[in-house]
Design a protein around this ligand. Sequence first.
Ligand SMILES: Nc1ncnc2c1ncn2[C@@H]1O[C@H](COP(=O)(O)OP(=O)(O)OP(=O)(O)O)[C@@H](O)[C@H]1O
Length: 396
Amino acid sequence: MAVAVSGGSDSTALLLGLKDWAQGREVSLYAVTVDHGLRAAAAHEAEAVAQLCAELALPHHCLEWQGWDGQGNLSDAARRARYDLMADWALSHDIHDLVLGHTQNDQAETLVMRLARGAGLDGLAGMGARTARGAMTLHRPLLGVSRESLRAYLRRRDIGWADDPSNEDPQYARVRTRAALSALESAGVEVEALAKVAGYLREARATIGHVAQEAAERLVQFDAGDLVIDAQAWGEERRDIQRRILQAALRWVSGHGYPARGAAVEALLEALQREEAMTLHGCRNIPRRDYIRITREWAAVADLEACPGTLWDGRWQVSGPFEPEDRIRALGEASLSLCPDRRQAGYPAASLIASPAVWRDGQLIAAPLAGLGQSEGWSAECLRSRRDLNDTLLSH
Ligand SMILES: Nc1ncnc2c1ncn2[C@@H]1O[C@H](COP(=O)(O)OP(=O)(O)OP(=O)(O)O)[C@@H](O)[C@H]1O
């Protein structure tokens, strides 16, 4: 397993604690630090972590991020890059567990910041002690431990840590939230209690996830890359369960790593109730009296192109007598009429135009879902499964 160490107090204490824990166990522990190259001191901090790891006889790797393009929110971009870099590095070393030093204070701050944004249950449920992230599992064993007690532990062991000046910079909402929480202590609002609330909400979130997953098991069918929901049974579910199934279905079809949220999802719920089609999250939602069909939106895949042997739209595996220069693209409306057997296939036109087709020298060669090229051995398989839908409903 790998431990993510920034050199701050929380992750330094985590490093020492894990080193003790790993002793006598059959665990190979690696430490990893990301140098974002954003502050002059960052390289020294990474160097100090390397030094501490050498003293502890632990292997340490420093990863450098040079990807900042000056666009958007720097903290968000740095966080995403950090997780991606660490996950890529870990997986390339066949490491599937990454341990992070988030504390009780981080959990409480997250809860309050999300309250301020008017978040729902999913947001307020905060961070989990164990969460899946692709092929990695993220562990946060310190969520029940306060930052102050970790610092006391380091002082007792006479180990120093780096203080990131951005932790004092009031331009960051987290820094202002931390200050507000410390002011609230006099009113009896304790970090420990807030973190506990996040834990309870997390349990409630998990329970609702299970209920939604059981409902999806009954209501959702899989049809050539589309999801088909039993409209009547879905209509009898509570709105929260309806919403969760829809959100998960949209993610399943589109492959987006995040759910559709807020007013857009409410608008979709309303539209489906009125049996009106609507496009959202890269999907076309088509309500009929008996079912709701969720298919890929043609406009969202119109520009996607894949080479033979690679996945198209992140989920379609097309097989057949490929030539190397062949390209896989969406069938598109204009080419639908080139598939004489399209009606026999039994899929709606909206699904077919967003389905994979094979082009050679600008000519349509195959469109397996629309019945073109099947007799020559062309086929297309959607690699996403019910398990992926279940994981989305259960995970957080
Ligand atoms: N530069 C870094 N290198 C390695 N690990 C890091 C680095 N920065 C943060 N971490 C890891 O992430 C943990 C949480 O730190 P921090 O709160 O700054 O992270 P974050 O990833 O921005 O998360 P969030 O904002 O969701 O709290 C740290 O305890 C450490 O384990």
